[in-house]
Design a protein around this ligand. Structure first.
Ligand SMILES: O=c1ccn([C@@H]2O[C@H](COP(=O)(O)O)[C@@H](O)[C@H]2O)c(=O)[nH]1
Length: 447
């Protein structure tokens, strides 16, 4: 600490999809962006469903699942972990943690940060976070902590570092990129983004702003590089050969619901509330009543103000219209029932033969997750026809290039990707950083 140049370090997420954690430091100022957890079912002890932790911060540190950063964690867990790191709150740093959006791979670990360190997210993200907390989907370990919000396009100053959040389109509301300015360097971290969603102008506006500010360094996500589309093997041919857009999802889902005579079941990710609403409309357009799980219904009402939502419930549900399993079994062809993976066994109580299972970016996302094979097995056994009808939250390779080229930074750093080395832009030097190594910038140049 205390050096005069700007130092950038990468702690996680360079060669994985998500889990991105990056620090930018100048003098005694530091910002951290994103604090998520990389999904790795085979790779670590925390994904094995073993007993609860008593001191998660200490345990995550010992397992190498948290970045070894001075000034970020409480004194007690550091002692418990036998760590020599400096505790938070001793005043040696001006710092803040910025969260680009509320997907687990970008925010799941933010409860581990000492409550004295500010953690900020967009106003929309904070609204969503509060709603998630209300249904028990907040992050663990947050006692004594409050989260703060920032407005798009309004710089937040953290000591000698300025951060301007720029809105982007992703498959969750409130997503943004960060334009980071220090006395030595201007960098843009894209967060996760896409151009085939309902709001390409947000992403294009972000690129335009970054170009105007002539950023030196572009840190860009590369999820789709050398990645097959989710559910590709299941050939949802109605999507056509081109890019599958968010706008096409509802249309294709409605067509599938019309085509099949039995029950329609939809697995979606309820943090993407725009998709939840679109699929409800699709069900209605197909002559079916959408029936949501109670948590999703709660989110939808709170975040959109929608009324008259039907929920799956065996008893009266205040503020909602209840529909029971027996109601559905009396006429399955009249319903489109939301069913998330955690509730899959409920399907055994339903008349599912000849119906359709619309997999619309709900977990398990793809074959890389062991739950996926189990889900497909269940669907085969109960006679539900699987259809993948979704749209990725991530820019296609050609759009990554388009955005990267438009920004035209001197250096570009691909991350959030299994194959960052495949990112090619028309100009700029590609940097594939190493974990924990310090990259120093002085007067806009890597030294
Ligand atoms: O090993 C993996 C991990 C993820 N994917 C796919 O990547 C995206 C992740 O989206 P997020 O918004 O970052 O959660 C999703 O399409 C996954 O299916 C993968 O294919 N392999």
């Amino acid at each position: 600490m205390g050096e005069s140049n700007t130092r950038i370090r990468f702690w996680s997420g360079l060669r994985t999809i998500g889990g991105t954690i990056v620090t930018v430091e100048h003098g005694q100022s530091r910002i951290v962006f994103d604090f998520g957890r990389c999904f790795s079912p085979a790779g670590n002890m925390m994904e094995r469903g073993i007993a609860e932790l008593t001191d998660p911060v200490a345990d995550f540190l010992r397992l190498g699942l948290l970045p070894p950063l001075d000034g970020l964690y409480g004194e007690k867990p550091l002692l418990a972990a036998g760590s020599g790191l400096r505790p938070a709150g001793d005043g040696h740093l001006r710092q803040a943690v910025f969260i680009s959006h509320l997907h687990l791979d970008h925010m799941a670990l933010m409860g581990m940060i000492d409550p004295s360190v500010p953690v900020l997210m967009s106003e929309e993200s904070l609204r969503l976070y509060e709603a998630l907390e209300a249904i028990g989907e907040g992050v663990p370990n947050v006692s004594g902590r409050t989260f703060s919000s920032f407005a798009y396009d309004q710089p937040v100053v953290c000591g000698e570092i300025g951060v301007t959040p720029l809105r982007v389109d992703h498959d969750v509301s409130g997503a943004c990129a960060f334009l980071v300015e220090t006395p030595d360097v201007r960098l843009l971290y894209t967060g996760d983004f896409r151009l085939h969603g309902n709001h390409p102008e947000w992403t294009l506006g972000m690129a335009e702003a970054a170009k105007r500010r002539q950023v030196d360094v572009l840190i860009i996500e590369g999820t789709t590089l050398a990645l097959t589309q989710d559910g590709e093997d299941d050939g949802d041919s109605s999507g056509g050969a081109g890019l599958v857009t968010e706008a096409s999802v509802a249309e294709r889902a409605a067509a599938a619901m019309r085509e099949m005579s039995g029950l329609a079941v939809i697995n979606m990710y309820h943090r993407h509330i725009e998709r939840v609403e679109a699929l409800c409309e699709a069900a209605i357009a197909a002559g079916r009543k959408p029936v949501l799980e109670p948590d999703t219904a709660f989110l939808l009402r709170l975040l959109t103000g929608r009324e008259g939502i039907t929920v799956l419930s065996e008893s009266p549900a205040e503020g909602f219209v209840p529909v029971s399993l027996a109601d559905i079994n009396a006429a399955p062809e009249r319903f489109a029932l939301q069913n998330s993976f955690a509730r899959s066994l409920e399907l055994l109580r339903l008349r599912t033969e000849g119906g359709v299972y619309i997999h619309s970016n709900g977990a398990p996302l793809g074959a890389y997750d062991p739950d996926y094979a189990a889900l497909r097995d269940l669907l085969r056994r109960i006679g539900l026809n699987y259809r993948y009808i979704g749209a990725s939250g991530h820019a296609a390779p050609e759009h990554l290039r388009l955005i990267g080229d438009q920004i035209g930074a001197d250096w570009f750093i691909p991350l959030h990707s299994l194959h960052p080395e495949q990112m090619e832009l028309s100009s700029g030097i590609r940097l594939l950083p190493e974990y924990g190594k310090t990259y120093c910038f002085e007067n806009g140049k890597l030294v």
